[in-house]
Ligand binder design. Structure first.
Ligand SMILES: Nc1nc2c(ncn2[C@@H]2O[C@H](COP(=O)(O)OP(=O)(O)O)[C@@H](O)[C@H]2O)c(=O)[nH]1
Ligand SMILES: [Mg+2]
Length: 474
């Protein structure tokens, strides 16, 4: 990790707190509307489930102008705990809100968590729980569910399991879940869920890593935490948290930058850890902790027309770049279905009476998906594209950012197809489709391994400028 640049204010807090057993870390950026609730739940959980441990809640904020930090400082633990549950904590509950320093000029969720890691290590915590500040569904029990497997079960990394609405978590469903499962062999269903438990040992391991990038300072942090735990050989489990309800995001408008940061990070890590994943041929279940609840997460609207339109438009400007990123046969298939996406989206827009921008539509998710129902983006095509990109990422590391940006419209096409295919089914049935796609990734892993071994030759054939010294063998 880059050299530490803790601010004097952070050092003062460390000196004041001296040590802690359990820390809840909360990154934030303009979350005044929701963070008070998250802080209350975290404090209640610490007191209720770990009354004998020394607790601390640390908020690392981006300097939000909306009063996020003031709310953290002013949010007292709910008094029902001592009055009604009769829990008498042995230690005083500390609560801190800090502005985190940027890392090499870059701030973001990852930079916030890095300050949280540094504090957790300095205070010598046994368990660190990190939770997002836009959560509506967190309850005190989450603290037990995330820290319990570490404190009582000897695990080092606890990944969340949630019921998410079928169209939520599209980066997870299309990339991070299938790829983490296939590369590293662990079926971690939410590798970028954002709510994790981390042991003190793993925190210290994080701080020794030297593969931190600007993307990790942003939304690449979650996949970096999960992948570093797996490749470091740490004991991982999952924990059932119920529903994840947070600020909703429509993949067609809100997820582009996050996609680039997460996928850029997973590609760089795949290149770095090739020796780890090359010998892995199967995947296995990861133990899960906690009571399995039956919950219907709230629905989310998706503008499928816009997804298909962006996919098609992308093909008009990016075809040449796609030829440098993917195997020739794969690109040809891709261009055909991008053309179909355009034709179907245009016809659907006319039918639904949408003139101009698809964003202006009042049509529902199902109406739009019905109108383009003939569109299909096959599982195996998507898997090959992602695998091709891992190989290209190795040979042209300087081009990863541009390649990942060029993948965004294709991801839109893939998500559009997922929405269409699942528009009339339950979230459980959609889950089966996510599993099917992950199995397709596993089936095609030999394709990745073969291409990885031949990549030097292929890149040359494509006219790509592989840098001197790019590794050719596998
Ligand atoms: N400190 C800090 N936190 C951030 C930043 N961007 C996002 N976060 C926090 O990271 C968490 C996840 O962000 P969110 O936008 O909800 O992402 P998603 O739920 O993964 O789609 C939330 O707690 C945000 O407040 C940032 O630039 N700085
Ligand atoms: Mg969120």
């Amino acid at each position: 990790m880059p050299a530490t640049a803790l601010t004097p204010a952070i050092r003062d807090e460390i000196a004041r707190l001296e040590r802690a057993d359990i820390m809840v870390g909360i990154p934030s950026f303009k979350n005044a509307a929701t963070i008070g609730y998250v802080v209350r739940a975290a404090q209640a959980g610490l007191v209720q489930y770990f009354p004998d441990r020394k607790p601390v809640v640390v908020n690392a904020d981006a300097g939000s102008p909306d009063g996020t930090q003031r709310i953290v400082v002013e949010t007292e633990p709910p008094d029902y705990i001592e009055q009604i549950l009769l829990v008498r904590p042995t230690n005083r509950l500390d609560r801190v809100s800090l502005t985190y320093p940027e890392i090499n000029g870059t701030g973001g969720k990852g930079a916030a968590l890095r300050t949280i890691f540094e504090m957790a290590a300095a205070l010598d915590v046994q368990a660190l729980v990190v939770v997002d500040s836009d959560l509506r569904s967190i309850v005190p029990e989450w603290i037990e569910l995330l820290a319990g497997p570490i404190v009582k079960g000897g695990y080092d990394f606890v990944a969340p399991l949630y019921a998410r609405y079928k169209y939520d978590g599209t980066i997870t469903n299309t990339v991070t879940y299938p790829l983490t499962r296939t590369l590293y062999g662990h079926r971690i269903r939410q590798p970028i869920g954002g709510d994790f438990g981390v042991s003190g040992d793993l925190v210290r391991h994080y701080l020794t890593r030297d593969d931190w990038t600007d993307d990790v300072s942003k939304f690449g942090i979650d996949i970096w935490m999960t992948t570093s735990a797996l490749t470091g050989g740490f004991a991982v489990c999952q924990t059932r948290l119920g529903a994840k309800v947070h600020d909703p995001k429509d993949p067609s408008t809100d997820l582009g930058p996050m996609f680039r940061q997460v996928v850029g990070t997973i590609l760089r890590l795949a290149v770095l850890h090739a020796d780890h994943w090359l010998p892995i041929h199967t995947s296995h279940e990861v133990p899960a902790y906690g009571f399995e609840r039956i919950i219907d997460p709230p629905p989310l609207e998706v503008n499928t027309l816009r997804l298909l339109t962006e996919f098609h438009q992308g093909s008009l400007t990016l075809a040449d770049r796609w030829r440098m990123m993917f195997a020739p046969a794969t690109v040809e298939t891709l261009l055909v279905i991008a053309g179909e996406a355009g034709t179907l989206a245009d016809a659907a827009a006319a039918k639904l009476g949408i003139s101009g921008d698809a964003a202006s539509t009042r049509a529902t998710t199902v109406e739009m998906a019905d109108a383009v129902a003939a569109f299909h983006f096959p599982d195996d095509l998507w898997a090959r594209l992602v695998y091709d990109l891992i190989v290209t990422a190795r040979d042209r590391p300087d081009a990863i950012e541009a390649m990942v940006a060029s993948l965004v419209p294709i991801y839109f096409g893939r998500v559009g197809s997922f929405v269409i295919e699942n528009r009339h089914v339950s979230t459980d049935q959609a889950e089966e489709r996510v599993e099917r796609q992950a199995r397709e990734f596993e089936l095609l892993k030999p394709y990745l391994v073969a291409r990885w071994s031949e990549a030097g030759r292929e890149t040359a054939a494509l006219g790509g400028a592989a840098p001197a010294g790019a590794r050719g063998g596998g």
